[in-house]
Ligand binder design. Structure first.
Ligand code: NDP
Ligand code: GDR
Length: 323
């Protein structure tokens, strides 16, 4: 039985990845940071019905001693570093915390692996945000980066650290440059979930309007369930490498609104209002990924259309609110 260690196991991707790995027969150990709201912590894992099937160990990505203690006792075959301050908007309010958790976190973990001399394979959660002000209409592994937020700057540090540990020490360290991926387990502050939750509230008469920022930004949206499979596939390769994971289809926030409100038989133009508070100091206007390398080398392809994703998310939010 293989053992996987996941940081960020309580987040959206961590929950789906844990479910996927359990399905493959893995022993799954997750990093759990202490919180005063500990009753809320396993919410996503509980939603998937796997809270009691994984093991958790106390620690923090910022505390290398805790990482070393855990790695020494767990001795995982595979390490997935998903822990991060992952909300782009917050990264302007807390740039130093973001630089620490999102930028240095991967280094603490890589360094722990190196010092302990573990043979574990390593996955780093890199991001399409690193392309930022895009240098090509379709972004691939060879497109130059131009980060537009403290979050993206920090992710670049983690990305290049992963490449550097691979080149310097021969670690089996891979970096997945994942484009936006969503699900009913997406945090409520991210725009897709904010919209589907808003649609559900308006449709049930709990609210009248939904305030958003820039509707013209375009994203390449996939389903988190599909994307965690790509993470695993990267670690099954003989050679570590970097891969873009994306659908190749880009849609604006406006289009996402149109689709989501239509699921509930509503017109978004009757309910969406603009609030400048949700605009960002610097925006990523357009993302569209070219996942040819992942398709050819990993045999990976997205399985969920944007329409199916939106429907699933609206249905889940309606069910939540009715419940
Ligand atoms: P979430 O925000 O849902 O989850 C983040 C996770 O990181 C949570 O489990 C959180 O724990 C944990 N975490 C934060 N700070 C620390 C810390 N100091 N120590 C330990 N754990 C910590 O993110 P997603 O699941 O959406 O994304 C997973 C990873 O992939 C992130 O690194 C993100 O930046 C990256 N990514 C995400 C994409 C997406 O579209 N979803 C696209 C590209 C990259 P807690 O529950 O305690 O807060
Ligand atoms: P993003 O996701 O920044 O792409 O990062 P988010 O959903 O926060 O924003 C997407 C786009 O929507 C616009 N927008 C709004 N965003 C939010 N959150 N709230 C609003 O009200 C709103 N109105 C318009 C934003 O300006 C932006 O253009 C996500 C995170 O998961 C990162 O961790 C990950 O690396 C990237 O995706 C890929």
């Amino acid at each position: 039985m293989k053992t996987a260690f996941i940081t960020g196991v309580t987040g959206q991707d961590g929950a789906y990845l844990a479910q996927f790995l359990l399905g493959k027969g893995y022993r799954v150990v997750g990093l759990l940071r202490r919180s005063a709201s500990s009753d809320q912590l396993g919410e996503r894992l509980r939603w998937l019905g796997i809270l009691n099937e994984i093991e958790t160990m106390d620690g923090d990505i910022l505390d290398i001693a805790s990482l070393m203690r855990i790695l020494q006792s767990v001795r995982p075959d595979e390490i997935y570093n998903l822990a991060a301050q992952s909300f782009v908007a917050t990264s302007w309010q807390q740039p130093i915390l973001t630089a620490s958790a999102t930028g240095l976190g991967p280094v603490y973990l890589l360094e722990a692996v190196r010092i302990l001399g573990l043979p574990a394979r390593f996955y780093q959660a890199s991001s399409s945000e690193m392309f930022g002000k895009v240098q090509a209409p379709l972004q691939s592994e060879t497109t130059p980066f131009h980060p537009r937020s403290p979050y993206a700057v920090a992710k670049l540090h983690g990305h290049w650290a992963t490449v550097n540990y691979r080149e310097s020490f021969g670690l089996h360290a891979s970096s997945g440059i994942l484009f936006n991926h969503e699900s009913p387990l997406r945090g409520i502050e991210f725009v897709t979930r904010k919209i589907t939750d808003g649609v559900a509230r308006i449709s049930l008469g709990l609210s009248q309007a939904l305030a958003l920022g820039n509707l013209e930004a375009a994203r390449d949206w996939g389903h988190a369930r599909d994307y965690v499979k790509a993470m695993w596939l990267m670690l099954q390769q003989d050679q570590p490498d970097d891969y873009v994971v994306a659908t190749g289809r880009s849609a604006t926030i406006r289009e996402f609104c149109r689709l989501a409100f239509a699921v509930a038989g509503l017109n978004y133009e009757d309910h969406v209002v603009l609030n400048p508070a949700f605009l960002r100091p610097a925006e990523v206007d357009y993302l569209r990924g070219d996942a040819t390398k992942a398709r050819v080398r990993l045999g990976w392809a997205p399985e969920t259309s944007l329409e199916a994703l939106v429907e699933e998310m609206v249905a889940a939010d309606l069910a939540r609110l009715r419940g």
